[in-house]
Design a protein around this ligand. Structure first.
Ligand code: PLP
Length: 449
């Protein structure tokens, strides 16, 4: 990359003057001006390069600027940039076919949205109309999107400012052996007790009032807690027992992230609705959607589905999805995530954990890993308090700054760093990243006691 600090300064100045940023106190942020990106890297206008251990917001599953996807978007733009959703359009038909071929079970109908939150909105609407029931059960440790219903379903603190008393949402605790809410001593107990807690919650809410249970198959931003054996199959059984729609949110976990096309495949579980976005086309053009079971599709066979979007199945986004899915298949991207996740990432992170007292736990699968940073390994006290800001968050800020200084852009959420590089990352790139994490964890170590 050619350094060009003057352009960088102008880009930054216009941003600061006019761009209103997500989830931020506008005066307290300092966004990096990014000049370009390719593969697993991006760079600033001073020519400093970063290895992207975040995949953007965990969505560039094939990295930046994949030439085949860029070419497919250019070609689609040259032939049919856009067309209204009521028509049958080649890119849309083909994207739906490729997605439906990969989704588990009989999830064979695809409703396209512009992203993940609106996919969740529509999945919940479908579940309510299909069952005629009002409530949705969701996990405290979850994130489902920033629109009104999706943020209400969300468990994490991003919900607090938008909580509504009329949302019809009931939250429950999901398995997390490292910080068990169930006093469990092993995964089997955790799974059984979490299921018992869920079924009791349903009994006290009234089973006939619950339309849907929504879960991230592997919770993402909340901390990458791979569910213990039997849990998701147990939730499936509970849903069947009470006629509740089971929604799996695979906006983050889908399209290769866990080393499977869908994380549901890790557990052999088939939901009634599955939401996706992000990795479906690596976010090159905004796209999300809901994959719908035969039974729910049938509800809307003769009765109109009351919902839609101007850009549902936008041709540019769908062409990017077709190209992305084909690239992932041709280049073995899902297999790469599975193979390097097991043979390189897992062992390397375990080795870092051995040497760094700030690492309380390493967990994950595929290219989806979390390091839980702690003040003290015995007490498991988090390195920073839940939802800490400002001075209270200084240890994590120092960790992130050190990682960046060593050339890795880290994903940081509360007291965790997530290792979520593109699913087509190479072994050499991973090793470069772990060397930087090693240095940054030494900084985190200075805050342990
Ligand atoms: N669901 C999950 C599991 C997510 O991780 C996200 C975003 O991070 C969303 C939904 C919301 O997606 P979007 O930001 O595209 O609306």
């Amino acid at each position: 990359p050619q350094p060009n600090p003057d352009t960088g300064a102008a880009v930054k100045a216009a941003d600061r003057a006019h761009v209103f940023h997500s989830w931020s106190a506008q005066d307290l942020i300092d966004p990096l001006a990014v000049a370009g990106a390719e593969g697993s890297y991006f760079w600033d206008y001073d020519g400093k390069r970063y290895l992207d251990f975040t995949s953007g917001l965990v969505y560039t599953n094939i990295g930046y600027q994949h030439p085949k996807v860029v070419a497919a978007v250019q070609e689609q733009a040259a032939t049919m940039t856009t067309f209204a959703p009521a028509f049958a359009i080649e890119a849309r038909s083909e994207a739906a076919r490729l997605i439906a071929e990969r989704t588990p079970g009989d999830l064979d109908k695809i409703f396209f949205t512009n992203g993940g939150a609106d996919a969740v909105e529509h999945a919940v609407r479908m579940a309510r109309l299909h069952t005629g029931r009002p409530k949705v059960l969701s996990a405290y440790r979850s994130y489902h999107g920033g629109t009104q219903q999706a943020i209400n379903i969300t468990g994490d603190p991003r919900r607090w400012a938008s909580d509504s008393a009329t949302g019809g949402v009931v939250r429950f605790w999901t398995p997390f052996p490292y910080r068990s809410r169930f006093y469990a001593e092993n995964e089997e107990q955790e799974s059984a007790r979490a299921l018992e807690h869920l079924e009791t919650t349903i009994a006290f809410e009234g089973p006939g009032t619950v339309a849907a249970i929504i879960l991230e198959t592997v919770p993402g931003t909340a901390g990458i807690m791979v569910p213990p054996p039997g849990y998701l199959a147990g939730v499936r059984e509970i849903c069947d027992k009470y006629g509740i729609v089971f929604i799996l949110d695979e906006v983050m976990a889908g399209f290769g992230r866990t080393g499977e096309w869908f994380a549901a495949d890790l557990f052999g579980v088939v939901p009634d609705l599955l939401t996706f976005a992000k990795g479906v086309n690596s976010g090159y053009v905004p796209l999300g959607g809901v994959a719908i079971s035969g039974a729910i599709a049938e509800t809307f066979g003769k009765r109109p589905y009351p919902g839609g979007l101007t850009y549902s199945g936008h041709p540019l986004a769908c062409a990017a999805a077709v190209a992305t899915i084909n690239v992932m298949a041709e280049e073995g991207v899902v297999e790469n995530a599975r193979r390097l996740g097991g043979s390189v990432v897992g062992p390397a992170l375990a080795e870092l954990a051995e040497r760094h007292p700030s690492v309380g736990e390493v967990r994950g699968v595929g290219m989806f890993w979390a390091l839980e940073l702690v003040k003290n390994r015995e007490t498991r006290e988090p390195l920073v308090p839940y939802n800490a800001t400002g001075e209270a968050n200084a240890p994590m800020a120092a960790f992130a700054a050190a990682a960046k200084q060593h050339g890795v852009w880290p994903f940081v959420n509360m007291n965790r760093t997530h290792v979520v590089p593109p699913c087509n990352v190479t072994e050499a790139e991973l090793k470069e990243g772990f060397a930087a994490l090693d240095a940054a964890l030494s900084v985190a170590d200075t805050y342990t006691a």
